[in-house]
Design a protein around this ligand. Structure first.
Ligand code: C2E
Ligand code: MG
Ligand code: MG
Length: 713
């Protein structure tokens, strides 16, 4: 049964109408063919509108004329599917979208026929259903009652206001008839809108009463026998309590339909192979969103359950991202559902492309998507992926009708198991994080916890301030002396960046340098640093202080900036000498794109520029690479100096670095020297230079100059 194609249940013999046909033409066609809608097509037979009994009721309620053109009153929001769609998929889609008719089209989207809700009812085979559901599960109790004095216009008005398909006519509190959209539509053809006329047309129809305790199975049987689409529901004393229609039955049954089919298939001892095939297909329908082919909410929930257990057991952190397209409803409203669907498909494939193969992307419904990032290393990784997602979504969607649409999204993030330890919590917290993101301006993400939200937001805030730092004159270089061990004299200094922001005050390099790195801002900032250091160096040379200035260069600059060019220009502009400039890079910079870095460093060396390896000992030091790079200074990382003279291992490492440096012909500098004991140890072991608070903290240029004056250069 689940293999039945849409084409086999559609009405194909009914001629569609054109925009220039009138409402009356539509009503006549509906009456002649006993159908509840007519389709309007263009000259190429492509469906462009639908006119239903419900639309007819609106026209009557508004007292509009039957001579109106269909183009003025039809609904342009048409829902069409290809003829080879399965009826179960088709029904599920129709129900999700709230339509009552499906236009069936061929592979070129040309009109073939139409399928209404009633057609599904006849073909979905629910007469086989167990008789467990009763009227109570399906019935509508908000019924519309009218009496014989009511005019049809009034009935139509009340029906369309209350969104009822039927009105029950009562006399002395007893139901005496049921009038439906179809009856009113038929009456309106010849313009006689009295209820009496309607009653006379309906004469042939019997009003059927049914007891509230009846099973749905019997209800559908009764409808079939009496040829009606609705039954009036009464209690044991025959008092009116409601109405049950085909639509209600269908809706109720459908939710249990997949369960039922699975059970039926299992119980039947059919051939093993077909059984498995059916099960798979059903499972797919039940777990898969038919528009995007992504897993649906049901499947996603099940995966979340597994995720929670697994994350707790393996002590790993995963992130659940809840994503919602901003103002998607507006797009749907202004461009129609088929454009909306096209956008959803584009977005879903972008999402799938961005995440890792093992990560799960699901469509929860409407414009809501969810993503599981399993076993993430850090918050930063999550932020990075999330930013990529926001960026990917914000790119223009090129639609088949030639329009470019821009859409943004908001994302709520929950960490499992840190924030949430069960499925309900995940949904709840992700929702509130999503809400936060939306209320913070849309197009952004928000972590669930306050603290995380704050930090992530702070990063964004820093970033936007950092973008202005140079133009706002907020950057300054401080200088920290580097002292030659043997003479105790300052021979060089390290330029260290300081940022005083008008909003945040002083922000330390540990915070803003990584942000500048992440965002690529480091390139312009780094260029500023090199220029500033050279300018200052020249000022000091002119005053007779011939010292070397070391500038820090970040991995990002090494990789993406033309450093030799930037430095040459800075030297040229300032008139500072290349041999007095030292570039500090970390081991990690050397490890990436090694060949290119070797070449670049040699070209710096060729200009006479010195090279220092910063934070030495914390990266992947290997003798072989030390030999390949034109290094002048090894700067032993502060962490090894800190515990001199107490930590034997650290002391052994320091000694080894000094020995190795000497053997390879490098100078060795000890970073972060604070105490006399450290200094004594370093001197004794033959370390050439030191830098640290024992001599001075980093100072603004003017104050640093005083140290130079005192030293009597
Ligand atoms: P770094 O290059 O290793 O710089 C040395 C850091 O150690 C500086 O921190 C300095 O103030 C600190 N320091 C020096 N002597 C002592 C001491 O005796 N005790 C203690 N406790 N600390 C000492 P700062 O200025 O906060 O800079 C931190 C890091 O930020 C630098 O580490 C460097 O990696 C980065 N940085 C600073 N300026 C720049 C820059 O212009 N460009 C780039 N790319 N990175 C920079
Ligand atoms: Mg440094
Ligand atoms: Mg360092």
């Amino acid at each position: 049964m689940n293999n039945i194609k849409l084409s086999s249940i559609s009405h194909t013999l009914i001629t569609p109408l054109k925009q220039t046909n009138s409402v009356k033409d539509a009503l006549n066609s509906m009456k002649e063919n006993s159908i509840s809608s007519v389709i309007i097509v263009d000259d190429a037979d492509l469906p462009i509108g639908i006119f239903t009994e419900r639309d007819a009721i609106t026209i009557i309620a508004n007292e509009q004329k039957n001579s109106l053109y269909l183009s003025d009153v039809m609904s342009k929001d048409v829902f069409y599917l290809k003829e080879d769609s399965y009826i179960h998929d088709a029904y599920t889609l129709m129900e999700q979208k709230g339509f009552r008719h499906i236009i069936v089209v061929d592979e070129n989207n040309r009109y073939i026929g139409v399928v209404s809700e009633g057609d599904f009812l006849r073909h979905m085979g629910f007469e086989e259903l167990p008789a467990t559901k009763s009227i109570k599960d399906a019935m509508i109790d908000s019924i519309l009652t009218i009496n014989l004095n009511t005019s049809l216009t009034e009935v139509a008005l009340r029906m369309s206001k209350k969104k009822c398909d039927y009105a029950i006519i009562v006399e002395h509190n007893q139901p005496i008839g049921v009038i439906g959209e179809r009856d009113i539509a038929h009456c309106s053809i010849d313009g006689n809108l009295s209820l009496e006329n309607a009653m006379s047309i309906m004469k042939h129809q019997t009003m059927c009463l049914v007891n509230i305790e009846t099973s749905l199975q019997d209800v559908s049987q009764m409808m079939k026998e009496h040829g009606v689409h609705q039954l009036v529901v009464v209690n044991n004393t025959n008092a009116l309590i409601g109405l049950i229609t085909r639509h209600d039955i269908l809706k109720t049954i459908h939710s249990s339909y997949f369960d039922y089919l699975l059970k039926t298939i299992e119980s039947k001892s059919e051939k093993e192979q077909t059984l498995i095939k059916h099960k798979k297909e059903l499972k797919k329908i039940a777990n898969c969103d038919s528009l995007t082919n992504l897993p649906n909410r049901l499947f996603f929930k099940r995966e979340l359950k597994k995720l929670v257990t697994q994350s707790i057991k393996n002590q790993q952190i995963s992130a659940v991202l809840m994503l919602d397209l901003d103002r998607f409803k507006d797009i749907n409203d202004s461009y129609g559902h088929s454009i909306g669907d096209e956008i959803l498909s584009i977005i879903s494939s972008r999402l799938v492309d961005i995440v890792k193969v093992d990560d799960l992307v699901a469509r929860l419904g409407g414009d809501e998507f969810a993503i599981i990032l399993e076993d993430v290393d850090s918050k930063d990784e999550i932020v990075k992926i999330t930013n990529n997602i926001l960026l990917a979504i914000s790119k223009a969607c090129k639609l088949s009708n030639g329009i470019d649409i821009h859409i943004a999204s908001s994302i709520g993030i929950v960490l499992v198991p840190d924030d949430a330890k069960n499925v309900e919590e995940i949904f709840q917290y992700a929702d509130s994080a999503l809400y936060q993101a939306k209320s913070d301006g849309r197009g952004i993400y928000s972590f669930y916890t306050d603290e995380m939200t704050k930090k992530a937001m702070q990063k964004i805030a820093y970033e936007s301030e950092l973008r202005q730092a140079i133009t706002n004159n907020e950057l300054e270089l401080y200088y920290q002396p580097q002292v030659y061990m043997k003479t105790g004299k300052i021979v060089s200094c390290e330029a260290l960046l300081r940022w005083d922001n008008h909003k945040f005050g002083r922000v330390t390099p540990d915070i803003f340098i990584p942000i500048a790195e992440d965002t690529g801002l480091i390139n312009s900032i780094g260029e500023w640093v090199i220029n500033e250091a050279c300018t200052q160096g020249k000022i000091w040379v002119d005053k007779g202080y011939h010292l070397t200035i070391a500038v820090n260069v970040s991995p990002n600059q090494v990789r993406y900036q033309n450093l030799p060019l930037v430095i040459s220009e800075a030297l040229k502009k300032s008139g500072y000498s290349a041999s007095r400039l030292e570039v500090e890079i970390t081991e990690s910079s050397l490890m990436q794109r090694e060949e290119e870095v070797v070449e670049m460093l040699h070209s710096l060396r060729a200009k006479g520029i010195r090279l220092a390896i910063d934070d030495f000992g914390t990266g992947y030091s290997s003798l072989s690479y030390l030999k390949r790079f034109p290094i002048d200074v090894l700067k032993i990382d502060k962490s090894f100096i800190d515990d001199i003279p107490y930590e034997k291992d650290d002391m052994a490492i320091v000694v080894a670095i000094i020995e190795m440096g000497k053997a390879l012909g490098f100078e060795v500098l000890a970073e972060g020297t604070e105490h006399k004991e450290q200094l004594d140890f370093l001197e004794e072991r033959g370390c050439n230079l030191y830098q640290g608070y024992i001599k001075s903290k980093p100072l603004p240029a003017k104050e640093f100059e005083k140290l130079l004056e005192e030293q009597n250069f």
